[in-house]
Design a binder for this molecule. Structure first.
Ligand code: MCA
Ligand code: AMP
Length: 506
């Protein structure tokens, strides 16, 4: 079952303990490195927010606080403020649709909501008697100590999609998050002088833990920017570290190929100065790794992780980074590759990756049965990823055990959740969602639809309708109209048969 670090409150101690107060922690998307983004200023604002959240109580005792704040200094204020108050942070995304926000707030049952002024109206209908604080509210002066957070106290609840309908809340303790940060600090040599170019969304592990907290843990600077390929190439000039999903690397290379010679030379020079470029969240193709290296001299360090298990495998910082391999376990992580019976397999044999780790989650929020089912009888987490160990010891991923889990642009999506939303469309009688291999997106969400009699449906129309129902990254990029869905004798849709059908049509 989940293992946690035994030391008390390592995360909060480290985040406020060591940095020099005048060092810049966060630069907002405006690019202004003002005094408001220093470690001292963020900690001071976080303490004020914590006092408001506690309302005289010594601690929130792990109560959840959900917040909708764009990438900014305020995001850091709020995250730390919730922890100083002894609460668990539930980051929401501006990309979520109204019904997704409603599910996330309903499921996480936060005692308080927080939003930036411009996003607060989106949470207003979900208040249900709860306080809704704004990031520019003035708080009462801070009195007293910050709440203590034990290592096993909940720090974050991150929502992830799986093989079952709606996203589940993954509870990560302070100890588990600290274990991830400790592993990455030593593996990637994070330093106070680092300057991270941060373009990742903040409602998932990659953006919030690996990138933002990675920087804050080490007393470094995180500079937020929207992902815009041309701008990212320019901003690399002032950075030492860049972390991205493969779709971003792909889009960077597209922009590079489209640029003129002078621009390319400048961009290559900018990237060459970086200390480290990483990729994760989805498979990085060897061709993309090679193209990036040829353009910049940088061999991207690919690593593998998962919301539930933290960061599990990585290519070396020093030493060869092998194309197509996700490397070896981070310190403390144990990986087994097993057959259908759970028996360990040897080198070169493909099976499911099972994991034990000090970074392990504490459970799915409110779903003890799903938590129990996600571990095998030996206490190993079932990742649902298949892979094999190569003769160099590195692990190569081959795909996923379920066709219902997709990865589009680094986002993990549940085909079942998207199908459930699409069934509400008036033209749709039946639908099955599959991921069609795509160079840019990994899996292109594709809806295979049986129409209701007398109806028609075009992709543009389906996309426009879907954008009201779901986050933009879930919206189908492909539509296939079919006479019927292939089903087995039990009535279950055969997704492999659909893939084969589409391949024949192509
Ligand atoms: C945007 N679009 C997408 C996606 N993103 N379509 C499919 N999949 C996507 N992921 C659509 C938009 O709706 C829009 O459609 C069109 O593409 C262009 O949108 P734009 O916003 O300009 O795209 P972009 O800015 O280039 O976005 C691509 C992106 C983004 C930057 C790669 O998807 C992204 O930020 N991905 C990161 C996901 C991530 O961090 N995952 C980590 C979770 P239209 O033209 O119709 O309007 S995994 C994790 O945390 C684990 C632990 C791990 O290992 O890291
Ligand atoms: P998430 O639930 O969003 O944390 O996504 C975790 C999943 O992302 C893993 O189970 C893998 O399927 C996938 N993933 C993460 N890193 C990699 C990688 N380097 N290569 C291939 N897949 C990856």
């Amino acid at each position: 079952m989940p293992q946690v670090d035994a030391a008390a409150s390592p995360l909060v101690d480290r985040l406020v303990g060591h940095p020099i107060a005048t060092d810049v922690a966060v630069i907002g998307p405006d690019g202004v490195a003002g005094g408001a983004g220093t470690y001292g200023a963020i900690a001071a604002r976080a303490r004020l927010l914590a006092a408001t959240l506690r309302r005289g109580r010594p601690s929130l005792d792990g109560a959840r606080v959900a917040f909708l704040v764009p990438p900014s200094r305020s995001f850091a204020d709020v995250l730390l403020g919730i922890w100083f108050a002894g609460g668990a942070a539930v980051p929401l995304s501006p990309l979520h649709s109204a019904s997704e926000l409603s599910h996330l707030v309903g499921d996480s049952a936060p005692t308080t909501l927080i939003a930036s002024s411009e996003l607060a109206p989106r949470l207003e209908p979900l208040r249900d008697g709860r306080p809704l604080l704004k990031t520019d509210d003035r708080h009462a002066p801070f009195i007293g100590e910050s709440a203590a957070n034990a290592a096993d106290a909940p720090a974050l609840v991150l929502y992830t999609s799986g093989t079952t309908g709606k996203p589940k809340g993954v509870m990560l303790s302070h100890g588990a998050v600290a274990a991830t940060l400790r592993a990455l600090e030593s593996a990637w040599h994070w330093q106070r002088t680092d300057h991270l170019l941060h373009v990742l969304p903040l409602h998932h592990t990659h953006g919030v833990v690996v990138a933002l907290l990675g920087a804050l843990w080490s007393g470094a600077t995180a500079r937020f920017a929207d992902f815009d390929a041309r701008n990212v190439w320019e901003l690399m000039a002032d950075s030492t570290l860049f972390m991205a999903v493969p779709t971003m690397h792909h889009k960077l290379m597209e922009a590079y190929r489209a640029a003129d010679d002078v621009t390319r030379a400048r961009w290559s020079g900018n990237a060459r100065r970086l200390r480290l470029v990483t990729s994760g969240s989805a498979a990085l193709s060897p061709a993309l790794l090679d193209a990036f290296a040829a353009a910049t001299g940088q061999t991207i360090l690919e690593r593998y992780g998962m919301t539930e298990i933290g960061m599990a495998l990585g290519n070396p910082y020093d030493g060869p980074r092998v194309a197509g391999s996700v490397g070896v376990p981070f310190p403390g992580v144990e990986i087994d590759i097993v057959d259908d019976q759970g028996a360990s397999l040897g080198e070169g044999e493909a099976g499911e990756l099972r994991v034990r780790s000090p970074q392990m989650f504490s459970g799915y929020l409110g779903d003890a049965a799903a938590t129990a089912a996600s571990f095998d009888e030996k206490g190993r987490f079932r990742t649902g990823d298949t892979g094999l160990r190569g003769d160099d010891g590195g692990i190569r991923l081959l795909g996923r055990t379920s066709t219902d889990v997709l990865k589009s642009g680094g986002y993990k999506l549940s085909a079942l959740e998207i199908e459930e939303s699409l069934r509400a469309h008036p033209a749709i009688a039946e639908v099955a969602v599959i991921g069609v291999a795509d160079e840019t997106w990994g899996d292109a969400v594709t809806a295979c639809v049986v129409l209701r009699e007398g109806h028609t449906l075009a992709l543009d129309e389906l996309r426009a309708w879907s954008k009201e129902q779901m986050a933009p990254y879930k919206v189908p990029r492909g539509l296939q109209l079919v006479a019927e869905l292939p089903r087995n004798p039990m009535g279950k849709v055969q997704k492999q048969a659909l893939h084969a059908m589409l391949a024949r049509k192509a």
